[in-house]
Design a protein around this ligand. Structure first.
Ligand SMILES: [Zn+2]
Ligand SMILES: [Zn+2]
Length: 293
């Protein structure tokens, strides 16, 4: 019965694009970490002195919803905001947060946003629902940037480690490790049964694997991905094994002289059987990324 329900939910989710308006409810992930489950999932880390929000939702209206939920979860006044990458559903809601919010992100991500941020807003605005949510969006400069790691002491023993480990879905992907919870807010870098996707000139399959090797060395018991269900630390190894598997097969087909397009079709069919529990399996784009490596 449980399997049937899961299958139906997956089918109904893939049948329609998920709505971009976030709910005003939060789910507990671990002792100090909450999530607004939506498109995308938003992380809220609560210490005694400060709260950290990870990702903004699409446009200021969603940002304001998140700020409201964060205020109900925290007793403190200080609010930090960071973004897992520069794409609009993760970064374009910043304008909805209170003006004294401290915005912090990796320098690599900021550079990518300066280059491609508004271009992505225009691309997303082709959908009427998203256009309304993104109306008038502007990006402000961050208050703080960092190269590879920023440690935020949120008080009460709660530490958020903001990490840039290399390119994966984009060049500037950030993951956040919350201590002492051992909770990883993983952005698009570690997902739960979602085919990985490299956007534009982001990372490569090989650099994504290198990022996952660094994450594998961290103490991770809970994972909150941004476009799929939360899970335990085994999601990190699952992601790595999947990317490795696709990459090895695609490189073998490339060596035999086949086209990326044919390899994409062949491997999509092959992996649909091999990874039967995954809601969808279109490997065309990721196989192209392997060929281009
Ligand atoms: Zn993205
Ligand atoms: Zn995303």
């Amino acid at each position: 019965m449980r399997l049937l329900v899961t299958a139906l939910t997956a089918a109904s989710l893939s049948a329609q694009a998920p709505p971009s308006v976030l709910p005003e409810t939060a789910t507990k992930i671990s002792e100090h970490v909450w999530a607004i489950m939506g498109n995308p999932n938003i992380g809220i880390v609560v210490g005694t002195r400060a709260t950290l929000v990870v990702d903004t939702g699409l446009g200021p209206r969603n940002g304001a919803t998140i700020a409201k939920v964060a205020a109900t979860l925290s007793k403190n006044q200080k609010l930090f905001l960071t973004t897992t990458h520069f794409h609009p559903e993760h970064a374009a809601g910043e304008g909805g947060f209170p003006p004294n919010t401290v915005l912090i992100r990796p320098a690599v991500q900021q550079k990518e946003m300066d280059l491609h941020g508004m271009e992505m807003v225009e691309l997303f605005s082709r959908s009427p629902e998203r256009k309304e949510l993104l109306n008038g969006v502007q990006f402000r400069a961050p208050d703080l940037t960092f190269d590879t790691e920023a440690k935020l002491d949120l008080g009460g023993g709660v530490i958020a480690r903001l990490l840039w480990l290399g390119g994966a879905h984009t060049k500037g992907d950030e993951v956040v490790l919350v201590e002492p919870d051992a909770t990883l807010i993983s952005g698009d870098v570690v997902q739960n049964k979602v085919v990985p996707n490299i956007y534009g000139d982001g990372g490569t399959p090989a650099s994504w694997l290198a990022v996952l090797d660094k994450i594998a060395a961290l103490p991770v018991s809970h994972v909150l991905p941004d476009h799929s269900a939360p899970g335990d630390g085994s999601l990190v190894a699952q992601e790595r094994a999947f990317i490795d598997d696709v990459r090895i097969r695609a490189l073998a087909l490339k060596k035999q002289g086949g086209s990326a397009e044919d390899a994409g079709k062949q491997l999509s069919a092959e992996f649909k059987t091999k990874y039967a529990g995954w809601p969808s399996m279109n490997l065309a784009a990721f196989v192209r990324s392997v060929y281009a490596e």
